[in-house]
Ligand binder design. Structure first.
Ligand code: FES
Ligand SMILES: [Fe+2]
Length: 419
């Protein structure tokens, strides 16, 4: 087991409220501490239920840099296990998704069940009595696995000091709004496509960038121009005030990006779809879901943006891969999901009008951070007018940086033990 990071850096000082030190984006030592203290010892997103719906289904992914398998066993139990053969360490599964009765290591044929049990050892007669204990050589499980609304999180090496329920806190009601866009309350993740975007930059640039309310009219000027011509009134939210960013606690945060009027909701979606939702959830909850559009981050590696689950995978201090899993709604007329795919492609596709702008900016930020004689990155916009709402969320205006400051409270708690 890894020892929690060894650095004696003062992370409480480096991750100030409103200012982050440039070394947090560049230093290999800081990066290793983040893996040890955040990625390997707190709640990290790994998968959605719908990616492994049946017994025997699995997906492979990463917690920090460590390869893991998320699988469903024959009793419907979900397991998160390190993708490392217990013999000599080869990954036992190379497919991103699949289904089967066992994982077979390609090196010497050891076979593992979907729950990690070591079933068979290749050429077993070569082992003498007492040289191998099959019962002890199952795949290593994450210390804790839990889920909310089908969203599965794990803590790899230690049971976290807070439950998943405490970790999610107020952001659960925003997740509920997202799921309520389906009459069954269920979504289907990734079946309609996954985009993979590597970028030359630290992982926290994407954490911050997933809820960036300030940049759109500058960075995405072309996309907004095209959208304005295509969609007209639907874009009012980009330019009017009344939209907010929220820090909902434990690093999680929300950015409202549109709030549609009822009139726009009815223009945008068919009567059939709206009635389906009203019948399923009641009119108030259905219209709340249809009016609200938001991005949210669940620190450290997960975001939900409109039609996608976004998963952040750190590769090095200055390299990151982001995967965008398109989400479809269960139980809706086909045209609703087709619309969600087209809108997603328009802004976030590989050759689209929006997403590539962001990755270009992320690379430019990392380039700028090479000048580490300039010590501070500013995230203090709106800090003096930030308020707290009745639920305890910190609140700022859409274009301020309340939501982007949110991760650094949890960062200090996990990295420096400072509440
Ligand atoms: S490394 Fe897996 S069986 Fe030898
Ligand atoms: Fe953007």
């Amino acid at each position: 087991m890894n020892a929690p990071g060894k650095s004696t850096r003062d992370y409480a000082d480096l991750a100030r409220t409103g200012h982050t030190h440039v070394s947090l984006y560049t230093s290999p030592e800081v990066y290793q501490d983040e893996l040890d203290r955040i990625f390997y010892r707190s709640w990290v997103y790994v998968a959605h239920d719908s990616e492994i719906p049946n017994p025997g289904d699995y997906k492979t992914t990463y917690i920090g840099e460590i390869p893991v398998i998320v699988s469903r066993d024959s009793n419907d139990k979900i397991h998160v296990m390190i993708n490392r053969c217990m013999h000599r360490g080869a990954t036992v599964c190379n497919s991103e998704t699949g289904s089967g009765e066992k994982f077979v290591c390609p090196y010497h044929g050891w076979e593992f069940a979907p729950d990690g049990e070591l079933l068979t050892i290749g050429l077993p007669r070569g082992y003498n009595e007492g040289e191998v204990n099959q019962k002890e050589l199952g795949l290593v499980h994450a210390a804790k696995v839990d889920s909310y609304r089908g969203i599965i999180f794990a803590s790899l090496y230690e049971v976290p000091d807070i439950t998943l329920d405490e970790k999610l806190g107020n952001i659960k009601e925003v997740i509920d709004l997202y799921m309520n866009l389906s009459p069954t309350g269920k979504i289907i993740v990734g079946k309609s496509g996954v985009y993979k975007h590597p970028y030359h930059g630290n992982w926290k640039i994407q954490t911050e960038g997933s809820v960036e309310g300030y940049h759109a009219i500058f960075t995405h000027v072309t996309a907004l121009d095209v959208m304005q011509r295509k969609m007209g009134g639907h874009l009012k939210g980009f330019t009017t005030s009344g939209l907010h960013g929220y820090d909902t606690g434990h690093g999680n945060n929300v950015l409202e990006i549109y709030k549609h009027s009822d009139e726009v909701v009815h223009e945008r979606w068919s009567k059939e779809y709206i009635e389906l939702l009203c019948d399923a959830h009641g009119e108030t909850a259905a219209m709340d879901a249809l009016r609200s559009r938001f991005n949210m981050v669940i620190f450290p590696n997960f975001a939900i943006l409109e039609y996608q689950f976004r998963v952040i995978r750190p590769l090095s201090p200055t390299e990151t891969e982001v995967r965008l899993y398109h989400t479809m709604l269960d139980g809706v007329p086909k045209e609703v999901n087709v619309r969600r795919i087209r809108d997603h492609e328009f802004f976030y596709g590989q050759a689209s009008f929006g997403g590539p702008d962001d990755y270009s900016i992320f690379g430019r930020m990392q380039e700028g951070y090479k000048a580490d004689t300039v010590p501070w990155v500013y995230l203090n916009r709106g800090i003096n007018t930030e308020t707290t709402d009745e639920k305890g969320n910190r609140v700022g205006d859409l274009t301020q940086e309340t939501q982007q400051r949110a991760p650094y409270y949890e960062y200090r708690r996990l990295m420096a033990g400072v509440e």
